[in-house]
Design a protein around this ligand. Structure first.
Ligand code: FE
Length: 187
């Protein structure tokens, strides 16, 4: 009888572990899917350029055909990714952040700071025209929306609670950012 109880407890324990492993695996698969989507976007997106700074006017209908849906929903439908879930909210690598939709250079890692908000946060852009600003009254609080200065895609919002020297906090969605590490350009 005792042996049967031990076998039963062991079986229940391992069944529980299996379920946990499956949950972790799904999370990992989601991350892999996300990076694959970014690669697919870069190779299948005729508007993507990390050197061209000319403004482009592309319709949402066209973007819908080109972009992975997860990027489209944030970039063109102004959705917000859940806090603490994006790939860059706590990343610290040295490099450059680009618009994931069009390749426009947006931020250097030097201007990224650890924020408790759960989204990647920067205190300044690479250049003055990297982004444009728009009043956002979609919720009760009036906010300032930040859009890509080249393709007009939604990136996030800017707030006045950032660190020196600007005091600004560019609160961005990871999904609409691409990151290129400085180490990629070294021999
Ligand atoms: Fe862009």
């Amino acid at each position: 009888m005792m042996r049967f109880i031990i076998i039963l407890i062991t079986a229940v324990f391992f069944a529980g572990c299996g379920k946990k492993s499956e949950t972790v695996l799904n999370k990992t698969e989601h991350k892999i899917d996300s990076s694959v989507s970014v690669q697919k976007k870069i190779t299948g997106n005729p508007y993507y350029s990390r050197t061209d700074t000319n403004i482009i006017n592309v319709s949402d209908t066209e973007w819908k055909k080109i972009l992975p849906d997860s990027i489209y929903q944030v970039a063109r439908n102004k959705a917000t990714e859940e806090a603490f879930t994006g790939k860059f909210w706590n990343s610290t690598g040295l490099g450059t952040y680009f618009c994931a939709v069009c390749g426009n250079k947006l931020f250097r890692s030097d201007s990224k700071f650890a924020s408790t908000c759960g989204w990647p946060s920067f205190y300044e852009t690479v250049r003055l025209n990297s982004v444009i600003y728009k009043e956002d009254r979609s919720i009760e609080e009036v906010r300032t929306e930040v859009l890509c200065g080249r393709c007009n895609s939604h990136l996030g919002h800017i707030f006045d609670d950032g660190p020196p020297p600007t005091g600004k906090r560019y609160c961005m969605n990871s999904i609409v950012l691409d990151f290129a590490a400085d180490s990629e350009f070294k021999n």
